[in-house]
Design a protein around this ligand. Sequence first.
Ligand code: NAP
Length: 441
Amino acid sequence: MPFMSSINVGLFGLGVVGSGVLEILRRNGELIRRRLGAELRVTKAVTAHPEKKRAVPLDGISVSRDPDTILKDPNIHIVAELMGGTDLARRVVLDALNAGKPVVTANKALLALHPAEIFGKAYEKGLPLGLEASVAGGIPVLRALREGLAADQILEITGIVNGTCNYILTKMSEEGAAFDQVLAEAQRLGYAEADPTFDVGGFDAGQKLAVLVNLAYGATVNFPDIHVEGIAGVTPMDIGYARQLGYAVKLLAIAKPRGERVEARVHPALISRSHLLASVGGVFNAVFLTGDNVESTLHYGRGAGGLPTGSAVVGDLIDLSRAILSRSLGRMPPLSVQREHVRALAVMPMDEINSEYYLRFQVQDRPGVLAQITRVMGDRNISIKSMFQPSQADHPEDPVQVVLITHQALERDVQASLREIQPMPFVRGPTQMIRIETFEK
Ligand SMILES: NC(=O)c1ccc[n+]([C@@H]2O[C@H](COP(=O)([O-])OP(=O)(O)OC[C@H]3O[C@@H](n4cnc5c(N)ncnc54)[C@H](OP(=O)(O)O)[C@@H]3O)[C@@H](O)[C@H]2O)c1
């Protein structure tokens, strides 16, 4: 290969992340040149609206609507896909790899929904994929998984990976405000989308968890098998009671290897207020990774935003440029394991997980009620760790709240108990169930 004085990047998307990438290359171009030994530059971009005015200068960049201007250009060395979506983005990533170009993408949806196709193509072509920006924005957690922790079996992944949900839960906790009220405020401040379903419904975190699991276990999981629950049902009352009991409420993305399967789930969870993740507030993200040798590690930072996410993209561009310059494109297997060891990994059904549970019953205040609840649970081997009755009813017909914390129990048994208790005559409203994450020892 002749001496290369520059690495040319074709950029798909000039939105929040694409603009962040250009801004970083503008600010730190000289520093990056010293680190790389070559200039890293974007020479072409493709966007839906090439005529749109951008916040960053586009000097020296030819902008088009036609993907082939990048994909068919032999002078483009790396393709960065920063558009999002799974239609055009999928075609662009596959065509770029087919054309022999390494790819950087921030697109968790594409990676979570089409892992076999995307990773399969990268393996087939012997090309690297830069994915850092797809999970937890600016936090280099995928690099930690693929490289820093390459010596370890990953025993547990527990992440706060959606800034919108963490912002809402933090505000609800600090101000005692209701979900809807804090969501509206988050939308006003630009921390939540006009349609917040993807974030508050847990789907964004679910897609990020799928990417983490794939890289941690050299596997592809079927995304729809990941259990996803959002935060809309969390009330200030539960957050308050949880605090009194020594817990914080967080939306967690959790994965644990279970023999030939993996536990992979996203849902609100109580965690001890003394755990490091409990102090991750506002829009910040953190991923807690436990390896069999290294034990606990915590990776914390900004999970979104043009510059933090752009930093992850440019870090990947530098990494892939180094691979091009040193002719070592096959150095990093896309899923951390050699091609012949990639496997399809089954997700364990929720019914089979074990957890501790926070259960808040709304019941009539009369003798015997608690005995009936605990009998149903006892019949299914669910033992009660503690009980908390925050208030007495003013009037005999008013409901009282009864909170039970269970020991480890099987989800199937807890769900069956709740189904049996709910129609009982003393029950005055829906029962709240939030799992408690106690972390693997
Ligand atoms: N924003 C974040 O903080 C963040 C963090 C982590 C990961 N990500 C991921 O990064 C990716 C980009 O997100 P973003 O926030 O930068 O999105 P964005 O601001 O909406 O920008 C999307 C860009 O893609 C272009 N585009 C959309 N459809 C296109 C099409 N059919 N043909 C050509 N160009 C098209 C748009 O063109 P026009 O501008 O011309 O309309 C725009 O420049 C997504 O996969 C997202 O999940 C984002």
